[in-house]
Design a protein around this ligand. Sequence first.
Ligand code: UDP
Ligand code: MN
Length: 522
Amino acid sequence: MFVCICVLCVCLTAVISRNQEGPGEMGKAVLIPKDDQEKMKELFKINQFNLMASDLIALNRSLPDVRLEGCKTKVYPDELPNTSVVIVFHNEAWSTLLRTVYSVINRSPHYLLSEVILVDDASERDFLKLTLENYVKNLEVPVKIIRMEERSGLIRARLRGAAASKGQVITFLDAHCECTLGWLEPLLARIKEDRKTVVCPIIDVISDDTFEYMAGSDMTYGGFNWKLNFRWYPVPQREMDRRKGDRTLPVRTPTMAGGLFSIDRNYFEEIGTYDAGMDIWGGENLEMSFRIWQCGGSLEIVTCSHVGHVFRKATPYTFPGGTGHVINKNNRRLAEVWMDEFKDFFYIISPGVVKVDYGDVSVRKTLRENLKCKPFSWYLENIYPDSQIPRRYYSLGEIRNVETNQCLDNMGRKENEKVGIFNCHGMGGNQVFSYTADKEIRTDDLCLDVSRLNGPVIMLKCHHMRGNQLWEYDAERLTLRHVNSNQCLDEPSEEDKMVPTMQDCSGTRSQQWLLRNMTLGA
Ligand code: UDP
Ligand code: MN
């Protein structure tokens, strides 16, 4: 409480009340009245987020301070490296783009901000041309706009932005972000401590529906699945232990989401910037993650830094060449250069990928040699032991029943559902299983699990504790014996033709299974 006794106070009160009451202030959700919802839905399609809501929110809206208490009192060195902030965009909305820029300018100490660089990846919207150029001239920090001559994708656009930047550190942000109080100092401080550490903030969620600002968790980190999709997973106990339980310390993360990170400029160049042969979107985040770890750097989530990002459920823009083709090509380049024999997990699950023309990767392979980077198996063992890809395994591919000639199939089902069985289609996908060196039968992050006599066979998160997920394959009898129940995997019953059963082991043909590429010497 304070008493207003002067003109300044009146102004202050006005500012404070605007800040707390305007739409979306303090990161609150914006709800659109019923009458406008038709229009709202139309506008949603333009950017695949609620443009009407975004346009109602001030470009410099206030946000809550979502940091851990221990972060608020941390003191960082005065002498930090400065940063250029590089934001690439293709047909971004005005309000989200400018809100990103304002949040950078308003929440970063200016002596740490070398410049903001906007790279326009051949957008088609008029307001992103002269209107934008004139607008940014009046901002307090130099904002440079670079235009790509043709649609190039975020990778080559970022490369262009990086090449034009002058800061000691380069910070990349998506064009629909909001930086929160104190976001920058902890990132730069960590790079000052170790220039080979690439740092990400915690990525908070800005709702694509309401633009509500929701704190992200410091208990998740980056991984990837068999299809090479980036995924968030819980921070494992070993990483909590390494930090002695102090959640304000950075989390070593196997991969990064890719849109938001800071990297020492010279290190960015030393480590091979980006793979300029990658198009439009996708794969570049894992490529950089593997490269950093395998070539002697490290990748961390700095939990005291929070930046919001609008997560979308669909992409609003086109992928010249087709979405699938572009992503497959990028992933192919990633797998060929960095994943050694483990690329099979990706190729066997998506057989179409091996037909994609992925161009020439010899320059990237030479980079890997010159930097004397470690093998992918080292990465899995030391950086990502909880990976969905097992470090050692006996078989990978379909698991076929000898009697019915049908294959185990995860049916695209989720955790806690029954594994299915279906005609073998030889197309990978849902019929790819791995019998791992830990003797689990695994499909991506799920393991076949039986907790009762006579089944059912459920898919549960792999726990690596043996228990109900331990299976013994007898390569002579071809049986898959569930050790805890001492029963064998068998063909479906009459009642349900779509799921395998568990029966006492009898050696019948219906209990015989062929495992693809079975090598017991793994
Ligand atoms: N982007 C770009 N060119 C492209 C595709 C994307 O400049 O061809 C920009 C896009 O505007 C955004 C950033 O790259 O600022 C990341 O893309 P997006 O937000 O669609 O990726 P997501 O966050 O969904 O992974
Ligand atoms: Mn984005």
